[in-house]
Design a protein around this ligand. Structure first.
Ligand SMILES: Nc1ncnc2c1ncn2[C@@H]1O[C@H](COP(=O)(O)OP(=O)(O)O)[C@@H](O)[C@H]1O
Ligand SMILES: [Mg+2]
Length: 411
């Protein structure tokens, strides 16, 4: 597989993550855009955030520099210090809060930013008071003007952060060429050939599939029949040689790298047979990885991780190392990780393949619950007929081709 598994740097319109509000799923018709402009929209989002971050950093740097120069100025003007001993403390406080503000940016803590902002407002009030009570110190006027400017800028910056947290729209796709569909996935003539120089391995040949939103589909077939290749193409971990994949009507071959990263991170959750957890990190850190690229701050990220861990029954394992957990628990951590960005589609490649039957059953219960209660479209590749029997429909694959399907009648 050529493409790296890349965690997305997209979708900065991330909502106040509410796992129970799968915003795309229950809408009967989702309108999406399938033009090349989708790329642009994504890139614009990306750019606006980095510019915003730069502005905020520069802002607080200038606050600190401003406070520092003010202090130096005060040391030079002994008269002022003598006359207003009170005012020499203020710049020092400013330096302190300036540094706090900077730390706020570095540690992603909004509280520090707010404190720094309040400090500037306080200083401004004090300076204004001095000016009002003693009009002789008119040299303070430029300082005050500068501070008014800084406050307005900080306020503007802060509101921008705040608004970004609030908007809950998929800005990545603007409805231009609208396409209405109730299909979560459409696969048309999908062909994947691995070129190994002398030999060419045909993993998928003109494979077709349509999956409606909220369906639970099992994919079965002998080893080497192309099941993993299919899932990897669906999750944009691999590129097809030919054919089309539409996810929510979006033709994913039209997406650039950023768009694909967005898809992998936000739209689709992936669960692997061998969990693929980072064993050097804690359970919590593992779950939070896909959320690192969203605007969630440390605190919200942790809150969200704890909630998805709770959803898979591992709320108390946040600080544990994955190695200290059983296989079933590790797979549940992987499910939590797949859920953290509220994906509409979950792809699971033999999720119970490495598990004993009891842990496997627990994992399947969780996946089924996500499908039934949150209407996540669930696609599970499996060898296990029991797992297959849980699905609404089983599609069979043979030599990379469609080999029929079977509907499971549920009582
Ligand atoms: N990265 C790869 N390079 C070359 N051949 C591959 C690669 N991945 C899969 N294949 C081949 O493609 C075919 C389908 O593999 P795969 O999708 O893993 O099947 P399954 O998951 O059904 O066991 C197999 O013949 C396999 O050897
Ligand atoms: Mg496989």
């Amino acid at each position: 597989m050529k493409s790296k598994i890349k965690i997305a740097e997209m979708d900065f319109s991330a909502p106040q993550y509410e796992i129970r509000s799968f915003n795309t799923i229950n809408k009967p018709l989702k309108t999406v855009k399938t033009s090349g402009k989708a790329k642009m929209a994504g890139m614009n989002n990306n750019r606006s955030v980095s510019i915003h971050e730069e502005i905020t950093t520069v802002l607080f740097l200038s606050l600190t520099v401003f406070a520092l120069t003010e202090m130096v100025g005060l040391f030079n003007s002994a008269i002022i210090v003598l006359e207003y001993p009170f005012s020499s403390i203020i710049p020092m406080i400013m330096v302190f809060f300036g540094i706090l503000g900077l730390l706020g940016i570095l540690t992603d803590s909004r509280i520090n930013i707010i404190i720094a902002l309040i400090a500037v407002i306080l200083e401004l009030s004090i300076l204004s008071m001095i000016l009002v009570t003693n009009p002789m110190v008119s040299f303070l006027i430029p300082t005050i003007a500068l501070q008014v400017l800084l406050i307005s800028l900080s306020f503007f910056g802060f509101m921008t952060i705040f608004r970004q947290q609030k908007t809950q729209t998929d800005r990545f796709f603007e409805p231009e060429y609208e396409r209405e569909t109730d299909l979560a996935i459409e696969i048309k003539n999908l062909t994947k050939t691995y070129d190994l120089g002398e030999v060419q391995i045909s993993a998928l040949q003109k494979f077709n599939l349509e999956i409606r939103r909220g369906d639970f589909i099992a994919i079965m077939g002998p080893s080497g029949s192309g099941k993993s290749t299919l899932l990897n193409c669906l999750g944009a971990l691999d590129r097809p040689t030919e054919g089309e994949i539409l996810i929510d009507g979006i033709n994913i071959s039209q997406l650039d790298d950023e768009g694909l990263a967005w898809l992998r991170n936000k739209k689709v959750g992936f669960i692997f047979q061998s969990y693929n957890l980072i064993t050097r990190s804690t359970v919590g850190q593992n779950v939070e990885v896909p959320a690192l690229v969203t605007p969630l701050d440390t605190h919200r990220r942790k809150k969200k991780a704890l909630r998805v861990l709770d959803d898979v029954g591992l709320g108390d394992k946040y600080y544990r190392n994955p190695n200290t957990l059983s296989g079933g628990e590790q797979q549940r951590v992987a499910i939590a990780r797949a859920l953290i960005n509220d994906p509409a589609i979950l792809l699971a490649d033999e999720p119970t393949g490495n598990l004993d039957s009891k842990s496997g059953a627990t994992v399947m219960e969780i996946l089924q619950k996500l499908n039934r209660e949150l209407h996540v479209t669930l696609i599970v590749v499996t060898h296990d007929p029991e797992v297959g029997s849980l699905a609404d429909r089983i599609y069979y694959l043979k030599d990379g081709m469609n080999a029929g399907f079977k509907d499971n009648i549920k009582i």
